[in-house]
Design a protein around this ligand. Structure first.
Ligand code: HEC
Ligand code: HEC
Length: 420
C-alpha cells in the first residue's frame, strides 16, 4: 500500500504530541485530525482539495483538543467563536451551511454571528439568572439574500471525547431504552432518530440531533460541509457549493486517481474514525463517587434522559472497550425540549424542537469556569444553571423541580453535574 506508507511518513511529522503508547494508526489519525488542508493543486496531492468554500482548514480548529466550541462574542469586534456554524435547510444558493472562508479568488458566503436579547428569570426564592435568547445572523452575505423560505440554525461543536464508547453502545439497547420510556407513560418519551444510510435504516447517534449513525458518516459530512473536501460518502469536490455558485463549482479541485478519485479516500476517513473511536472520554471512566449527588440528580428527574450508564457491546478488535460499563449520562435519544430551544430545521426524524440528550461526561475537564461555559447546541448557556433553565417540553417537570429546590440543593446539583 504505497499511499498508506507515504501518508504515514508525512503524518508522523505532524503528530509530536501523540502518546507513545498509541498505535501508529491512531497517531496518523490524530495527525489527520489536526492537519491543515490546503487548496488544490499542489505537487504531492496528499493534502490538497480544501474548499473552494469552507469553514475551517482542520478538524482540530473546531474541536480543539477534542473539546467543544463556542459562539462568537458579540462584544468583541470580528470574533468568530470556535467552530460556530450556521446550518440552513438547503438554501438554493447557499446550500446546507454558511461557509465563512474561501480559497484565494473565491467569495466567502458570509460571516456567522449572533445577537442576544437578555431575559431575567427569577427563582421562587428570589434568586435571579440572566438567560441570553440568541438570534443567529449572517453578516456580509456574498451571494445575495437568503431565500425567503430558508431557516437558520446555529451550532457549536460538541465535545468529541468518548465517541468510541458511545459508538459501541449496541443499537438494540438504544432502541430498547426508547421502548422502555414509551411504555412508562410519563412525559419523558425519547425517540430514536432513524437514518437511512447506504440503503440501511440505522440508529442515529452522533450530532446534536443524532442524525449520524456512525462516526465515519459524521466525519465525511464534516469534510464536505466544514472543509469542502470530497469523500466516498460525499463525492462532490466542491463540498456545499450549489449550481448557482458557478465560480466555486469550476475551481480546481484535488480529486486524484491515487486517492480513489477523491480528495479524501476511505483510508483517511478510516484513520480519523479510528483515532476518534479510541479517544478516551477525558476522565469520567468511573461511576460518579458522589452518591448523594447521584440521588439528587435522579430525584430531580435529570437521570430520566441523562441516563447515567450503559454497557458497551462486544468488539473483538478492542477487548478493552468491550463489555464495560460507561457513564456518559445520556440516553442517546431525541427529546422535545420545547419551542424556546427549538429551531425550524428538522433532521431525519428529529423535529425542530427535538435534540439528542447531550452526554454530560467530560464537563469536569472543560477549561472554562461555570459562568463562562458554552452549553447547549448553540452555546447560549454560560452555566449549568442557565442550561437547565432552557429545558422545557419533556423536561419541563425536571426544570420546575430544580427551580423549587432550596438554593443550597440547586448549588449541590450544579456542582455534581460539573464534576461528571
Ligand atoms: C467548522 C467547524 C468544524 C469542523 C472543521 C469540523 N467540525 Fe465536527 N462538528 C462541528 C459542529 C458545529 C458539530 C455539530 C453539528 C451538529 O450536530 O449540528 C460537529 C460535530 C462533530 C461530531 C459529533 C459529535 C457528537 O457529540 O455527536 C464529530 C464526531 C465530529 N464533529 C468530528 C469532526 C471531524 C472528524 C472533523 C474533520 C474531518 C470535523 N468534525 C470538522 C464543527 C466542525
Ligand atoms: C426530557 C429529557 C431531559 C431531561 C429530563 C433533562 N435533560 Fe438535560 N438535556 C436534554 C437534551 C435533549 C439536551 C440538549 C439540548 C440542546 O442542546 O439544545 C440537554 C442538555 C443539557 C445540558 C447541556 C450540556 C452541554 O454540554 O451542552 C446540561 C448541563 C443538562 N442538560 C443538564 C440537565 C439537568 C441537570 C437536568 C435535571 C434538572 C436535565 N438536564 C434534565 C434532555 C434532558
Amino acid at each position: 500500500m504505497p499511499f498508506r506508507l507515504t501518508l504515514a511518513a508525512l503524518c508522523v511529522l505532524f503528530a509530536p504530541h501523540a502518546q507513545a503508547a498509541d498505535s501508529l494508526d491512531n497517531r496518523i489519525g490524530e495527525a489527520l485530525f489536526r492537519r491543515m488542508w490546503v487548496a488544490a493543486p499542489t505537487a504531492t496531492q496528499a493534502a490538497d482539495g480544501l474548499g473552494p468554500l469552507y469553514n475551517a482548514r482542520s478538524c482540530a480548529t473546531c474541536h480543539p483538543r477534542g473539546g467543544g466550541g463556542r459562539p462568537p462574542d458579540p462584544a468583541v469586534e470580528g470574533d468568530q467563536g470556535v467552530g460556530y456554524a450556521i446550518k440552513l435547510n438547503d438554501d438554493p444558493v447557499y446550500g446546507r451551511q454558511i461557509q465563512a472562508n474561501a480559497i484565494l479568488g473565491q467569495v466567502i458566503e458570509g460571516r456567522p454571528r449572533v445577537t442576544y436579547r437578555e431575559e431575567v428569570v427569577r427563582f421562587p426564592d428570589g434568586e435571579t439568572v440572566r438567560l441570553r435568547h440568541p438570534t443567529p445572523v449572517v453578516e456580509d452575505l456574498g451571494y445575495g439574500p437568503l431565500a425567503e423560505a430558508t431557516v437558520m440554525s446555529a451550532r457549536v461543536p460538541p465535545r468529541v471525547h468518548g465517541m468510541g464508547l458511545l459508538d459501541r453502545i449496541p443499537a438494540e439497547a438504544i432502541a430498547a431504552e426508547a421502548a422502555r420510556q414509551a411504555a412508562s407513560g410519563g412525559p419523558v418519551a425519547g425517540r430514536v432518530n432513524h437514518v437511512t444510510v447506504d440503503g440501511k435504516r440505522q440508529v442515529g447517534r452522533f450530532g446534536w440531533k443524532a442524525m449520524h449513525p456512525t462516526l465515519d458518516h459524521q466525519d465525511a459530512e464534516a469534510f464536505s460541509l466544514d472543509i469542502g473536501m470530497s469523500t466516498p460518502a460525499y463525492p462532490e469536490p466542491w463540498g456545499d457549493c450549489t449550481p448557482a455558485q458557478t465560480a466555486c463549482r469550476s475551481a480546481p479541485h484535488g480529486d486524484s486517481k491515487q486517492f480513489e478519485g477523491l480528495e479524501i479516500p476511505s483510508t483517511v476517513i478510516g484513520l480519523i474514525d479510528g483515532y476518534l473511536r479510541d479517544l478516551p472520554p477525558d476522565g469520567s471512566l468511573e461511576a460518579p463517587k458522589d452518591k448523594a449527588g447521584t440521588k439528587l440528580f435522579a430525584d430531580t428527574g435529570c437521570a430520566a434522559c441523562h441516563r447515567p450508564s450503559w454497557r458497551t457491546g462486544e468488539d473483538p478488535a478492542h477487548p478493552a472497550l468491550s463489555n464495560r460499563d460507561i457513564f456518559p449520562h445520556s440516553d442517546m435519544l431525541l427529546h422535545d425540549l420545547g419551542p424556546a430551544l427549538g429551531d425550524a430545521l428538522p433532521m431525519g426524524e428529529a423535529r425542530g424542537s427535538d435534540w439528542r440528550t447531550t452526554p454530560l461526561w467530560g464537563l469536569n475537564r472543560l477549561a472554562a469556569k461555570d459562568g463562562q461555559l458554552s452549553l447547549l447546541h448553540d452555546g447560549r448557556a454560560r452555566s449549568v444553571t442557565e442550561a437547565i433553565l432552557w429545558h422545557g417540553g419533556e423536561a419541563a417537570e425536571a426544570k420546575d423541580r430544580f427551580m423549587t429546590l432550596p438554593a443550597a440543593k440547586r448549588k449541590r446539583l450544579v456542582r455534581y453535574v460539573l464534576g461528571l
